[in-house]
Write a protein that binds this ligand. Structure first.
Ligand SMILES: [Zn+2]
Length: 396
């Protein structure tokens, strides 16, 4: 069976290490010195290499770990071995290799930092976040790997939902480098605001929202949380206005804002509901299509304004439009009854399908996430086209 590319790289590295030991021995011999160590080292490398080629990783690992002569000349090969194990998902073996490097007393400072970082990556991959955190915190204080260590710390705190520590790490990171996700800190404050709101601490929640606004002006998530607080405090009119303002600034929020507006209008008569949602209608056909889509998902398919916007939705989604044309004729000539029946059927389908997709990695879900579970991008979840019949329609 051919070796995979990482194995090939390692094999080359090990072969070079073994050959270097052999050549070094020859040089020492020709210079009249006694060369036992390099030759023995070469033999050990060749033995380890042989086990690797025979797909016996445990025996190979034992050979390499027994080699007492890991010094600053041969340590790179051991790093390559550890990285290979981690890439293959053999994290326990990677940890043993990197721990053995760390245990060497004669390492240079640079190699020690490298080993700490590699071990931190192993622990992270293994889900041993407390151990990884300890190493990355040491590395974050200085040295050549502090930026990468801070980025890992952010990942750890995000996974642990430790938003206060995430804010500290983010501030340290942006003091020395650019942030991977510039809006992340505003989300950390919003996460804290949501935690406080859940506990009924509206003052604390608003304080966090102020911090979020300081970090990111016109931050849509902050506006929606303000609307939630208004709903909690029985201020439905304010909640509806906050939602409307959020959608004006960020039209993609429609699917998140409409359910909140419905909550705000609970108990309101049909005429008022119709008046409210008509205020959201715009002449732009794409905007009208998005309004129809969001309203159908929100359960408003019986509303007259949805019937009016439905032909726009059919025009903007060519595949769906073709289906309707083939079965019912010109989509723009549908009767009110046909529109209502079609919207009702679409509602039943849409509410059971994946309605959001990450524009960065393609992760799809029926639920909305501010941070993509697939690739950790913030603000990358966007509503997708109907049943994905016209990919790209709602992507940014
Ligand atoms: Zn993603």
């Amino acid at each position: 069976m051919p070796a995979d590319p990482p194995s090939l790289l390692l094999i080359v590295a090990l072969f070079v290490a073994a050959a270097a030991g052999w050549l070094f021995g020859r040089y020492r011999a020709s210079a009249g010195a006694t060369p036992p160590e390099p030759n023995r080292l070469s033999e050990e490398y060749f033995r380890g290499l042989s086990f690797l080629l025979d797909e016996e990783p445990d025996k190979a690992l034992e050979v390499f770990l027994r080699m007492a002569d890991v010094d600053n000349d041969t340590v790179e090969t051991h790093f390559a071995l550890g990285n290979l194990y981690r890439r293959r998902g053999e994290v326990e073996r990677a940890i043993r290799v990197h721990e053995s490097i760390m245990a060497r007393p004669s390492l240079s400072d640079d190699h020690r930092l490298h080993a700490m970082f590699a071990l931190g990556e192993d622990y992270f991959r293994a889900g041993l976040f407390d151990r990884a955190e300890r190493l990355f915190l040491q590395l974050a204080d200085g040295g050549g790997r502090h930026v990468q260590a801070l980025r890992y710390l952010l990942r750890i705190y995000e996974q642990q939902r430790d938003w206060e520590q995430a804010i500290v790490a983010y501030r340290k990171l942006v003091a020395v480098a650019s942030a991977e996700h510039p809006t992340a800190i505003a989300h950390y404050h919003c996460e804290l605001a949501e935690q406080m709101r859940a506990k009924g601490d509206f003052t604390g929640a608003r304080e966090q929202l102020h911090h979020a606004r300081d970090a990111q002006r016109n931050f849509p998530r902050g506006a929606l949380i303000r609307a939630d607080i208004a709903l909690d405090m029985n201020q439905p009119e304010l909640a509806a206005l906050l939602c409307q303002r959020a959608v004006e600034l960020h039209p993609k929020l429609l699917t998140l804002a409409l359910p909140r507006v419905m909550r705000a209008m609970r108990g309101t008569d049909a005429v008022e509901i119709e008046r409210r949602f008509r205020a959201w209608m715009r002449p732009d056909p794409v905007a009208r299509a998005e309004l129809a889509y969001a309203a159908i998902v929100a359960g408003l398919e019986q509303e007259p304004f949805v019937r009016e916007c439905l032909p726009d939705l059919l025009r903007e989604d060519p595949t769906l439009g073709e289906i309707v044309s083939a079965t019912s004729g010109d989509p723009s000539q549908l009767t009110a009854e046909q529109c209502t029946a079609l919207a009702t059927a679409l509602g039943r389908i849409l509410r059971r399908t994946q309605r959001y997709r990450c524009v960065d990695c393609g992760f799809a879900s029926a639920a909305h996430f501010w941070q993509c579970p697939g690739c950790r991008s913030w603000d990358a979840f966007a509503p997708v086209a109907l049943l994905d019949l016209a990919p790209g329609m709602y992507r940014r």
